[in-house]
Design a protein around this ligand. Structure first.
Ligand code: BGC
Length: 767
């Protein structure tokens, strides 16, 4: 755990330059706008350890699979999110010595990410062996107001009698991915051009053929006046730069304003890119840096007005939650149904930037409650569009009759994960996708997605479950063998409670959705029956049989659900018995030792209890929580939040608070020692859930919002907005009680601790 980030309610601040933490900070200070994003790499050269990362949403490369032992059914490739053209670059030389914080002495370093406004800034003083001293200030943003635009303002002031400054803004498309399987360059040259201070670089991915176009138009000024000196143009394969030499005297300040546009063939015809790119940067330059920045800041103001959470009395918790909300909003804006939320968003290469079950199980509730419903609907449409591929995926494994197995990891619907125990066995992901449909309908009350698309997804998934269970002759019960539950520290188990439970739930929900459609819209039902070649009686009878006699492991004596058959035979130890020096165990223990231990990576049985929480009484939740939580090492970022929600329900507020801090400051304090790879974007939605669903106790009950508010002892109060069925409410929970204000123009019925309140527009309920 590291605690070098200065605590502040709205800002992420670093006041010293520590090269050992540089890659962590590159992740933490990342910025993006849903369309593209950027690690906090320096504008000027940096020769120390760095992970260069500039990512464009949806642009990936199918990197040929690398495994030691090939298994039939493995995917041919792993889809990598691509480090693409470096658009931030500004090379600086003083008397021909490159400015490089790895070789210069650094003083007065500050880096700040202002989450309220989405601005990244940096300032420092640096000196070199030739006694040259400079002061540098930079600021940049990826515009939320125009998602094609970014801008940088970079100033350098000389603190020495005189020196020759060479400054060169550039665009560089010759970039690599650190995680490339075969050290391949993923890009090929398409076109580049530079004229004075305006230029572009256009590159194309090999195999997938995505074209990325970055253009720039720069202003260079000295002490506020445009420089007159001639520029020198540099152009080589996938690179353009424009430099100028200036004789500086002490106190002179040179400022480069770099207007950038980043476009891709996903949003524009390739033939238009040059024209659009130039138009965008020219327009940006005409508007000017301050106007662009203001539009960007206003956009953030709007986002915060519905998604902010205010915590009073605990600055660490406040900074943590805002950091999480900020990162989620700059990763996914929900206006493009082809996009999704990669576990690392635009902040690193690991996990390929692809889609996991994280989206449905963790992110959906955040977008449901803080954004317009089309945002979460687009996440569901994304999966509908991949249904055909999910059916093909299941067919490759031997399933038939339209059974669908969604991939564990995907970019375009095809599976690209290649560890057999996950690819073939971690099939519970199908359950989260089905549950998300239910969650959307229950929350929004909108059945249109379900009827138009969702029913097809549900039937595909249910067909898969029906074939994946098999009837054990001996038991005369259905069983599910060879699975991996959410707890990946245990593979290839039989009858994982969570997987079987969510599968049964899916069969039940699919049947009720079908029956409702059959009754209310017989024509539409007939169309679906036809399209899906759905044999209503045969298939639903089989599902009913499975529902009536499936083996779900339980231990009657302990009164708990069993994570899987045989779990109790393991040596039962507690997570707090593991010496600190051996934590996290995935970095210290052999895989063999991990698999044989009883330690649980992330919520497994408890994941099921959390999702299906209205089916279980507090007593059942308590017994299972008290059994499993002490055995859980929370080595997936997705784990603590589920525990916070259940702990808060059980009034275990100390535990809930401890795990809340862990989830909300996971990256800020580098709990899992891996922030340098990128941020845990999808688990950030879990942090939001910890407060709203955990401490706030928010649920949907019979079409109404319901709250069971609790206040962590360390907090004076907290408040959050929730958008529910067109109504925005502001919930404020303090030591004095709960206030819920209706900010909309229609009245709303809500439940607080089970009691019903009808709140008129602009009025408040007090409890
Ligand atoms: C977790 C998975 C998760 C993945 C991506 C893994 O460590 O075990 O549940 O989907 O990370 O976040």
């Amino acid at each position: 755990m590291k605690e070098y980030i200065i605590r502040d309610p709205w800002k992420i601040i670093e006041n010293d330059f520590n090269p050992a933490y540089h890659e962590i900070s590159e992740s933490l200070f990342s910025i993006g706008n849903g369309r593209f994003g950027q690690r906090a790499n320096f504008e000027e050269k940096y020769s120390g350890e760095t992970l260069q990362g500039s990512y464009v949403a949806g642009v990936y490369y199918p990197d040929k699979t690398r495994v030691g032992w090939w298994k039939n059914g493995y995917p041919e490739y792993f889809a990598k999110v691509l480090n693409s053209v470096n658009w931030i670059g500004i090379d600086v030389e003083l008397d021909t010595i490159p400015l490089d914080l790895n070789t210069w002495k650094v003083h007065e370093f500050n880096r700040t990410l202002d989450m309220k406004t989405g601005l990244l800034s940096r300032s420092f003083k640096a000196s070199n062996s030739a006694n040259t001293v400079v002061k540098v200030k930079s600021e940049r943003f990826c515009s939320m107001a125009d998602q094609n635009i970014a801008a940088i303002k970079y100033s350098i002031t000389l603190e020495k009698e005189s020196a020759v400054l060479n400054i060169r803004p550039y665009l560089d498309g010759k970039v690599v991915n650190k995680d490339s399987n075969y050290d391949e360059i993923f890009w090929e040259e398409q076109d580049q051009n530079i004229e004075e201070r305006r230029g572009y670089v256009q590159t194309k991915t090999k195999k997938t053929g995505f074209v990325v176009h970055a253009a720039m138009n720069c202003d260079i000024a000295i002490n506020g006046s445009a420089v007159e000196e001639p520029t020198f143009q540099y152009e080589s394969s996938m690179y353009v730069g424009s430099s100028v030499d200036l004789n500086l005297e002490e106190g002179d300040t040179v400022t480069v304003t770099k207007y950038v546009s980043v476009l891709s063939s996903r949003n524009y015809e390739t033939s238009q890119l040059i024209e659009v790119g130039y138009t965008k940067v020219d327009e940006a330059k005409t508007k000017g840096y301050d106007a662009l920045r203001e539009a960007h800041e206003n956009h953030w103001g709007h986002i915060w007005s519905t998604s902010d959470i205010i915590i009073e009395g605990d600055i660490a918790a406040q900074q943590g939650i805002r950091f999480n909300i900020f990162q989620l909003n700059q990763t996914y804006t929900g206006d493009d149904e082809r996009l999704n939320i990669g576990p690392k968003g635009f902040t690193g290469e690991k996990y390929g930037g692809s889609t996991y079950w994280d989206t449905e199980a963790y992110c959906l509730p955040f977008y449901l409650a803080t954004a317009d419903p089309h945002v979460s609907k687009n996440l569901l449409v994304y999966r509908y569009k991949h249904l055909g591929k999910a059916i093909e995926n299941a067919e490759k494994l031997g399933f038939r009759n339209g059974a669908a197995l969604y991939p564990m990891v995907t970019m375009n619907g095809e599976e690209c994960h290649n560890e057999w125990e996950i690819t073939f066995e971690e099939i519970h992901r199908n359950g989260a996708i089905a549950f998300a449909i239910y969650d959307y309908v229950r929350y929004t009350g909108d059945r249109s997605y379900l009827e138009e698309y969702g029913i097809e997804v549900l039937v595909g998934i249910s067909r898969f479950w029906a074939q994946r269970f098999h009837l054990s002759e001996r038991r005369q019960q259905y069983v599910m063998h060879g699975v991996t539950g959410p707890n990946e520290y245990e593979n290839n188990v039989n009858n994982n409670w969570y997987t079987s439970r969510i599968a049964l739930w899916t069969l039940e929900y699919t049947m009720s959705a079908i029956n409702e459609l059959k009754e209310k819209s017989p024509d539409l039902f007939a169309q679906k029956e036809d399209k899906l070649k759905f044999h209503y009686y045969t298939e639903t009878n089989h599902w009913k049989d499975i529902l009536s006699r499936t083996y779900l492991p339980e231990d009657e004596e302990l009164g708990i659900f069993l994570q899987q058959e045989g779990y109790l035979d393991k040596e039962q130890l507690m997570a707090d018995e593991i010496p600190n020096s051996e934590v996290p165990i995935w970095q210290h223990w052999s895989w063999d030792r991990i698999l044989r231990s009883c330690f649980i990576k992330q919520a497994d049985v408890l994941q099921g209890i959390y999702l299906l929480d209205d089916l279980y009484e507090d007593e059942v939740v308590k017994r299972n929580f008290e059994y499993y939580e002490p055995r859980t090492v929370h080595e997936s970022s997705l784990s603590p939040c589920v525990h916070v929600i259940l702990a808060a329900r059980l009034n275990k507020m100390e535990k809930a608070y401890e795990l809340y801090l862990r989830t909300s400051r996971l990256d800020l304090d580098d709990y899992n020692n891996d922030t340098e790879d990128g941020l845990h974007i999808t688990s950030m939605a879990g942090t939001w859930m910890s407060i709203v669903k955990g401490f706030g106790g928010m649920r949907t009950v019979d079409g109404k919002m319901s709250f069971n508010p609790k206040l962590p002892e360390a907090w004076d109060s907290y408040s959050f907005h929730v958008i529910f069925r067109g109504v925005t409410i502001l919930v404020h929970i303090s030591k004095q009680g709960t206030q819920i204000k209706n900010l909309s123009d229609t009245s709303v019925d809500i439940l607080i601790d089970g009691q019903r309140y009808s709140i008129e527009p602009d009025s408040m309920a007090l409890a």
